[in-house]
Design a binder for this molecule. Structure first.
Ligand SMILES: NC(=O)c1ccc[n+]([C@@H]2O[C@H](COP(=O)([O-])OP(=O)(O)OC[C@H]3O[C@@H](n4cnc5c(N)ncnc54)[C@H](OP(=O)(O)O)[C@@H]3O)[C@@H](O)[C@H]2O)c1
Length: 341
């Protein structure tokens, strides 16, 4: 197939690009060429997606068997994609997010028919609005769309934790290695799943050009359900820290101190959630996540360790967590006084 990925060199998409090439597809990647990632065998189209005229010019005259947009976040982005790809692609995949699923969850087991409602996170509400626009295009003009909802997904370049910096994710490992406390939301016993991008890739690439997938939504995740405590312990083990300092703080307390965390925690990671992957397995029988989190994250930490230039630290996040920890310790001390302990 002749496939276009918009993005294609990011945290999730890099592995999908590699797999699409390995499967012999003719793959084009549209991005700005800034990520410093090369995908051997893929052809590059350099354009800034936010410059629609330049993107349209770069894509002029081309048609596709499948287009995947990893970079749509608002209904306006979907409108632009409809202008760019209407009549030009046999299949369009919108990358949504599993954070679009109901929060708080009414039932812990999530299928693709779990309601999409997230009052806590603008990002998720915007993804839901994108899905609505994609489905309207499907209904009104038979736009051949599929929706894919990744859950928390990582690769070599991302250390995924509930309380960490997203852009400089080595920061949590640096704290662990310095013996500084790292924050776990709640009591760490809530259930979560973290998926390796190479596993996600098998599901996504398997859907491309799949005629029965048109009009359907899928999440694609690992079946390895862990507690947050287990996820943090795996990261500490990968970092070679035998006695990590973890501090458990209720998500409400974290959100009261750091309102930016409301979406990502209350609207996402502090919910116990189990994703039922039956649907993607039915449509793409070769899908089945193979990488355990402890093995994937060991590879990630090794990637950071291989080059000091990769080990960027988020000073602002560090300062915020230190203030949060100090507020929490003062609260604990005050509580001990009140209760005479
Ligand atoms: N990771 C997760 O856990 C997770 C979970 C749920 C949903 N998602 C969804 O997954 C998608 C992110 O995919 P990803 O992780 O592969 O992306 P990413 O790591 O954010 O990388 C962004 C990609 O897009 C390109 N890009 C950025 N701005 C651009 C622009 N203005 N014009 C053209 N290209 C641009 C980048 O290359 P250049 O910088 O070279 O342009 C790169 O290829 C998002 O839609 C997100 O909502 C992610």
């Amino acid at each position: 197939m002749r496939i276009l990925f918009i993005g294609g060199t990011g945290i999730i998409s890099t592995a999908s690009s590699e797999l699409a090439v390995a499967r012999g597809h003719e793959l084009f990647l549209l991005n700005r060429g800034r990520h410093g990632v090369t995908i051997p065998g893929a052809q590059s189209i350099i354009a800034d997606l936010h410059d629609e005229a330049a993107t349209a010019a770069a894509l002029a005259g081309r048609t596709w068997d499948a287009v995947v947009n990893f970079l749509a976040f608002t209904p306006a982005d979907i409108e632009r994609d409809l202008r760019l790809f209407r009549g030009r692609t046999a299949h369009y995949v919108f990358i949504s997010s599993a954070s679009a699923y109901q929060r708080p969850l009414a039932h812990y087991l999530v299928t693709e028919s779990t309601p999409l409602v997230n009052p806590f996170w603008d990002y998720s509400r915007a993804k839901i609005a994108c899905e609505d626009r994609v489905l309207r295009a499907l209904r009104e003009e038979a736009f051949p769309a599929t929706i894919v909802r990744p859950s928390l997904t990582f690769g070599d370049t991302q250390i995924p934790l509930a309380v960490n910096s997203w852009l400089r994710s080595y920061t949590a490992v640096d704290r662990l290695r310095r013996g500084v406390p790292v924050i776990i939301p709640g009591d760490g016993s809530s259930l979560w799943t973290i998926t390796h991008n190479s596993d996600f890739a098998v599901g996504l690439v398997g859907l491309l050009g799949h005629q029965q997938a048109i009009g359907h939504a899928f999440h694609i995740s690992s079946d390895e359900v862990l507690t947050w405590n287990q996820c943090y312990e795996a990261v500490a083990a990968a970092a070679g820290v035998a006695a990590p300092k973890f501090v458990h703080i209720a998500s409400d307390f974290i959100a009261a101190c750091l309102p930016d965390a409301i979406g990502s925690l209350i609207g996402d990671k502090s919910t116990s959630i189990v994703l039922d992957n039956s649907k993607i397995k039915r449509f793409v029988p070769e899908f089945g996540a193979k990488i355990r989190f402890r093995d994937g994250v060991a590879r990630t930490v090794a990637w950071f360790d291989a080059d000091p230039a990769r080990r960027l630290i988020d000073d602002e996040a560090n300062a915020n967590w230190d203030r949060l920890l100090s507020a929490y310790e003062s609260g604990l001390a005050a509580a001990r006084l009140v209760f005479g302990r």
